[in-house]
Design a protein around this ligand. Structure first.
Ligand code: IYR
Length: 326
């Protein structure tokens, strides 16, 4: 796989392809980041962008993880003290998940977002941006139904982070795209360069195949889940024998194979008793999806394998949480 393929694989959107192609020509030492509002426990949504960061590390880039404590505070996620505590827990789980210790820089937003220069640039952006624009950027991020002043400051700060952390590339889920578009328009107004972005897809709810999995209502997988929890959730997952179920539904079992399992494991073995044809082995996602569609691979067997691989991905973070609780 060449550098551009590795950098962009499994991305839903690349803004712009030309800019990322240029980065891919010489990825060594380029700085890339994802920001996360600290939430204490890593879930499958965090793991998806983390998989992309692991790809980028493999391509030679330097990874910055922003523990966005001030952003979480602005988004109503708790007192500042509570947020600081969960941020530290999250940092340890990211390392346990497989990010390379030597090549990952963790930064707290509060380390620089309260400085004078940053505050003054922020006020300039406030002058430049309409309320409507900032609110639209936050539509998929805002935690509370009632819009507060803090919610319109939030995306402007996220745009500034990209300059202040001296980044070459911003990564995020598709829910971050409007903030990134605002960044691309507004940074040049301050005399800074707009940066390219990569957006990962938002996966469907595991239980129903609808909407986005990381939303609070749905079934999600997190580092808090035991092996049995994972088996139970995966076994009751929605998994019709097709890539494209009706209407707006997705096949969440296939999605997790595509975005979580194949990027981290070279071969996937589906164990089956001999009387059902014996084990199946896959080196790539497409072959597994084809077999599910043709009936060669039964959904129940696919789920059994998925639970095993997800458990392996979650195990080190689960262990870390256990140590932290001692
Ligand atoms: N908006 C993100 C958190 C966040 C991301 C970045 I990239 C920042 O520079 C700051 C905050 C979220 O929804 O979790």
């Amino acid at each position: 796989m060449d550098a551009y393929e590795l950098i962009t694989r499994n991305a839903e959107e690349v803004v712009t392809e030309e800019e990322v192609e240029e980065l891919a020509e010489n990825p060594d030492g380029k700085r890339v980041y994802v920001g996360y509002e600290p939430s204490g426990v890593l879930h499958i949504g965090h793991m998806l962008t983390a998989n992309k960061l692991i790809d980028l590390q493999e391509a030679g880039m330097e990874v910055v993880i922003l523990l966005a404590d001030v952003h979480a505070y602005l988004n109503g996620k708790g007192t500042f003290e509570e947020i600081e505590e969960t941020a530290e827990k999250m940092r340890k789980q990211f390392l346990a998940y497989g990010l390379d210790d030597e090549n990952t820089e963790f930064v707290y937003g509060s380390d620089y977002q309260l400085d004078d220069d940053y505050a003054l640039d922020l006020h300039k952006l406030e002058l430049d941006t309409t309320l409507n624009r900032a609110q639209r950027a936050m539509a998929e991020i805002q935690g509370d139904e009632t819009a507060k002043v803090s919610h319109v400051v939030y995306p402007l700060m996220q745009a500034l982070d990209i300059e202040y952390l001296d980044l070459d590339l911003a990564v995020g889920g598709l829910d971050q795209r409007k903030v990134h578009m605002l960044m691309r328009e507004e940074l040049p107004e301050l005399g800074y360069d707009a940066r390219p972005c990569l957006h990962t897809p938002i996966l469907a709810d595991l239980g129903t195949g609808e909407g986005k999995m990381s939303s609070s209502s749905g079934v999600t997988i997190s580092m808090e889940d035991s092996t049995e929890d994972i088996e139970e959730k995966v076994n009751s997952a929605y998994c019709p024998p097709t890539r494209e179920p009706e209407g707006d539904l997705e096949n969440p079992v296939l999605e997790i194979f595509q975005y979580h399992v194949f990027p981290r494991f070279e071969t996937v073995v589906v164990e089956r008793p001999d009387e059902y044809g014996g084990n199946l082995e896959y080196d790539d996602y497409e072959t597994l999806a084809d077999d599910l569609e043709s009936g060669e691979l039964h959904p129940a067997d696919a789920k059994g394998a998925l639970a095993t691989y997800l458990d392996e991905l979650v195990a080190p973070g689960r262990e870390k949480l256990r140590e932290l609780a001692e």
